[in-house]
Ligand binder design. Structure first.
Ligand SMILES: NC(=O)c1ccc[n+]([C@@H]2O[C@H](COP(=O)([O-])OP(=O)(O)OC[C@H]3O[C@@H](n4cnc5c(N)ncnc54)[C@H](OP(=O)(O)O)[C@@H]3O)[C@@H](O)[C@H]2O)c1
Length: 211
């Protein structure tokens, strides 16, 4: 990351986010120090405890760093719908700024508890696997988009799927992965056009389920 960041002339508007992933508290501290060194940053916007691994001890460390002004926001992540109960308990009891979990048209478990809880507690939400690791983009490829998709500026299934995710009122952002610059541009364009409201989101779901 440090190599890529150094190549950019303007990083305004970008958010630096990374994770700790180890069961050891000491190793967690080392990973934080390594990230500062490798990214070449004096302050991180966001540090997350990956997959809830030893979140109790790592959150203590991250809170110290946040209090010292080295980290702006702290959070925890999970994915694939796993450990949502533990995630919810953590959100209820811990002073955290961000959470990350999976949400997409097929995996909507987060709608029951995690998303309402985040809205209630004012916790920012990052959504991973918006395309269910590409399963969804592959599944709908070749199928017609509904005619009304153009009302939201949607020109592809990837945009349809992503628009559904980011239009949930509790969602802050999504992190679709791609190996292609063209896909990245297509995905980013989702934010340039109208987002569906609750009624329209239901229409999006109904259409997908009818295919
Ligand atoms: N915190 C955690 O525990 C956790 C766990 C899992 C994942 N994540 C993170 O979540 C992010 C996304 O996860 P993911 O990679 O599993 O799934 P994903 O974003 O749901 O799917 C990625 C797949 O979608 C395809 N894709 C992306 N844009 C497309 C487009 N415009 N048109 C067609 N296909 C498109 C990609 O293929 P192309 O390369 O061909 O575009 C890739 O195969 C990653 O950044 C990952 O690091 C976090």
């Amino acid at each position: 990351m440090g190599y890529s960041l150094a190549k950019l002339s303007n990083t305004q508007g970008m958010l630096s986010a990374t994770k700790i992933w180890t069961s050891s508290k000491d190793e967690g501290r080392s990973q934080i120090n390594d990230s500062f060194r490798l990214w070449g940053l004096k302050k991180f916007d966001l540090f997350q405890v990956h997959k809830l691994l030893n979140w109790e001890e790592h959150l203590d460390t991250l809170r110290e760093r946040r209090a010292a002004g080295q980290i702006r926001y702290i959070g925890i992540t999970t994915s694939h719908g796993s450990r949502h109960s533990e995630m919810a308990r953590t959100m209820e009891t811990q002073d955290i700024d961000f959470v990350q979990f999976t949400y997409n048209v097929e995996d909507r478990d987060a709608e029951d508890r995690l998303l309402p809880l985040a809205a209630d507690k004012g916790i920012a939400v990052i959504i991973n696997r918006p395309f269910q690791r590409g399963t969804l983009t592959n599944r709908f490829e070749g199928k017609p988009l509904p005619t009304w998709a153009s009302e939201y500026g949607i020109t592809s299934w990837a945009q349809y799927l992503l628009k559904f995710v980011v239009s949930h009122p509790a969602v802050t952002c999504a992190i679709p992965a791609t190996s292609k610059v063209e896909h990245m541009k297509e995905n980013m364009n989702v934010l340039q056009t109208r987002l569906p409201d609750i009624k329209d989101r239901q229409r999006m779901l109904d259409y997908v389920q009818s295919l």
